[in-house]
Ligand binder design. Sequence first.
Ligand code: NDP
Ligand code: GDR
Length: 328
Amino acid sequence: MKKALITGITGQDGSYLADLLLSKGYEVHGIIRRASTFNTSRIDHLYQDPHVNGVKLFLHYGDLADSVQLVKLIYNLKPDEIYHLGAQSHVRVSFDIPEYTADVTGVASIRILEAMREAGVNSRFYQASSSEMYGKVQAVPQTETTPFWPRSPYGAAKVFAYWATVNYRESYNMFATNGILFNHESPRRGETFVTRKISRAVAAIKLGLQKELFLGNIDAKRDWGYAPEYVEAMWLMLQQDQPDDYVVATGETHTVREFLEHAFNHVNLDWKEFVKHDERYERPAEVDLLVGDPAKAKRQLGWEPKVKFAELVKIMVDADLELLKKRA
Ligand code: NDP
Ligand code: GDR
């Protein structure tokens, strides 16, 4: 039985990856942060009573800022695969807490890679790299060889972690892989990212629970895919003979405005009647256009996106309508 360690298991991707690995028979270990309120809602459906035999999911307290615990966990568990998904992952927030973001989103990758060396374990390592590294894009579409030009503390931290991963691979012959994932969304997406903010608002407005939606720049273009498919790509990357770096994207780009149109149309409403501008949601520097070329992932991993933009919007709006109806 293979053993995996996931940082960020309580997040959108960590929870889908835990679903996937458990379904493949893995023993899954996740690092969670101590919080004063419960923060495991995305993985509660996977919870198993630790007092019974055959448990496959184990949660450990830890923090990406705490090297000692990372070394201890990696030494004690000796995982076959480490999926490093934990991060301060909000781009706008990274302008408010840049130093913290640099530490947790950037330096933490070095902490884990060093922990693997210190502990003398030979795990395969996945780094959650991001299309935000392309920032002010130098080519369209973006590929594995497009130069980076990050436009936020978050993007800069991810570039650091990307190169640390490449460097450890080259220096120490480690199986260290970057997945350069473009935006991917789902009903489990954090509520402050734009797609989920819109799908929740559409559901609430449709049910008469909300009147307005405040947004920042709605002209930005993103390549939005479906998160459960993207965690499959992560797993595939760690099953290859050699470590490498891969773009994971749909190859389509759409504006936030188009997301609004599709989401409101789906419930027969006109977005222009409800959406207002609030400059607080704008960023000091914006990433205007992202669109990835997933050809290498298709060629080498056999991975292809199935859920495209219009279906994704429907999945998210329908899920939020269900959620609100259940709560009501
Ligand atoms: P989320 O924000 O949903 O999840 C982030 C996870 O990191 C949460 O489990 C969070 O814990 C954990 N975390 C944050 N800070 C710390 C810390 N100091 N110590 C330990 N754990 C911490 O992100 P996603 O699931 O969407 O993304 C997963 C990864 O992929 C991230 O690294 C993100 O930057 C990257 N990425 C995401 C993309 C996307 O479109 N979703 C695209 C490209 C890259 P808690 O629940 O307690 O907050
Ligand atoms: P992004 O996602 O910054 O691409 O990072 P986000 O959904 O936050 O923003 C997408 C675009 O929408 C514009 N926007 C708004 N964004 C938010 N959050 N709130 C608003 O009110 C709003 N109005 C307009 C933004 O300016 C932006 O152009 C996500 C994260 O998951 C990262 O961790 C990941 O690395 C990248 O995707 C790929």
